[in-house]
Design a protein around this ligand. Sequence first.
Ligand SMILES: *[C@@H]1O[C@H](CO)[C@@H](O)[C@H](O)[C@H]1NC(C)=O
Ligand SMILES: *[C@@H]1O[C@H](CO)[C@@H](O)[C@H](O)[C@H]1NC(C)=O
Length: 504
Amino acid sequence: MGDIRLKKTLRRQSRQIRQITLVLGFCLVCYCLLFVSQSPTTTITLPLSDDDGDKVGAPRSRRPRLSSKILDNLSLDEGECNAAFPGLTKEIDDIVAVGPFKVKNMGDFGPLQGRIKDGQIHILHSQRKRDLSQEMLNSRTAALHQLHRALITSPSPLPDTIFSLNFQDQPFGTALTYSRQADASFRPKDANSRFFLMPHFSFWAWPLPFIGSLPRAAAAITALESAYLTSTAWQQNKISKAVWRGTSWYNSVHSPRLRQKLLAAAKGQPWADVQALEWQGGHNATNALPIEDFCKYKYVVHTEGVTYSGRFQFLQMCASVVLTPPIQWMQHTTHLVRPLFSSSLDLEPGPHVDGTRQSSGASSARTHAKAKKTAGSGSASSAPASAPAGPGQERRGWVPSERIRKAWPVQYEPDEANIVFVAPDWSDLGDTVAWLEAHPKVAEGIARRQRELFVGGGYFSPAAEACYWRALVRGWAKMARVDEEEWAGTEGVTFEAFALSNGD
Ligand SMILES: *[C@@H]1O[C@H](CO)[C@@H](O)[C@H](O)[C@H]1NC(C)=O
Ligand SMILES: *[C@@H]1O[C@H](CO)[C@@H](O)[C@H](O)[C@H]1NC(C)=O
């Protein structure tokens, strides 16, 4: 009998333990569910681990996605900005690290100068409206409104300062400016010279019929890309050609004839849809493509102009492979590109006609290339790469110059890159397209990583732009030395009044 009682007691106890376990388990499940359901709202307060420089610009897929609520929010604070867009302010951080500089009163010569005081902009010096082209006027109006928008949406006060703003394409003096040379040795030697890169005016508006503005193009590109979301759709429905439209004479002093050479290299080639724009008046061209239509192609050719090309950031929104000679002009987000150098690929040169290398889709079947293994630890290497010539073979490919390697010390593997740098004279453009055609998964990966970073990562979003402008004001103000005596007699006009008269 005592045995039976003991058994009953044991059974009762084990039933109780089971119940307690069930209750505890239930609590645990509830707790986990709560945590999971809350995590999206905590996205931007997460300490995203990007102190490791190599991760900067890593595809967003490795990190939590940013909601459109965040990407459209113009009032993120500094901590939220840094967590949401790691590496965004690298250009500012680099130029701040150079040290203090003097803001000289330029009078009526030089860039626009203004004062920020208690969050209010006062224009101190500006060129007269009638002395500016419509394009320059647009660019100035846009830049000032962009700055103003970032100030009035700031969640906390920004420091007072006096700034110089250069809205021309060519960097000049110490100012907020659109681009700088990628190669540091081209920069002015003046110890006081600083280029603080600002976001392009197209983030505000760009009144060309085929562009409109970055937000307009972003929406149009997102609509278009939604038809290519699956790998099958991308592989089968994007056009297997390299596309380009542009003005052939618009070249840099550093790369004269860049565009003519492109037209020559692509002429009559089955892999190319490359055409010089046929302008009708100053603002429209008969064969222009709406900017979003470039994304219908697997390969998009990019050319810089006299300096940077304002079109670059539009092409970076496509899930397409951008093919460009190594970039020579940095804009505020250009440091996020992860280049694969065509010189590191084992390209099969196409048939030679008249001593000119050519290639066609047919040569792709013969390419068995794979990326040259890069030396060193980690995935990227700073080793210069060129295809070594085999016995009895002509030397293939191109060797990046010292200048290019200084500007772009890191080359990425095909499965990490988000852009392809081809030979500066375009001589391997066709072979590179053929290689990508023979490695469609690699091509798709490069294309998708580009869009995933710049659009998915939100680096071109309204939130990131406002974050960047405020970081720019803070960075500039931190290093700018203003001798108030020098500015004592300089009367300003408020931004609001200036915006009405536009400087006349
Ligand atoms: C934007 O972000 C700020 C800072 O986190 C927040 O206070 C504000 O409510 C957000 N605005 C919207 C519309 O979500
Ligand atoms: C630009 O030119 C194209 C081709 O001639 C034409 O279809 C289009 O309507 C023009 N756009 C504007 C805004 O003039």
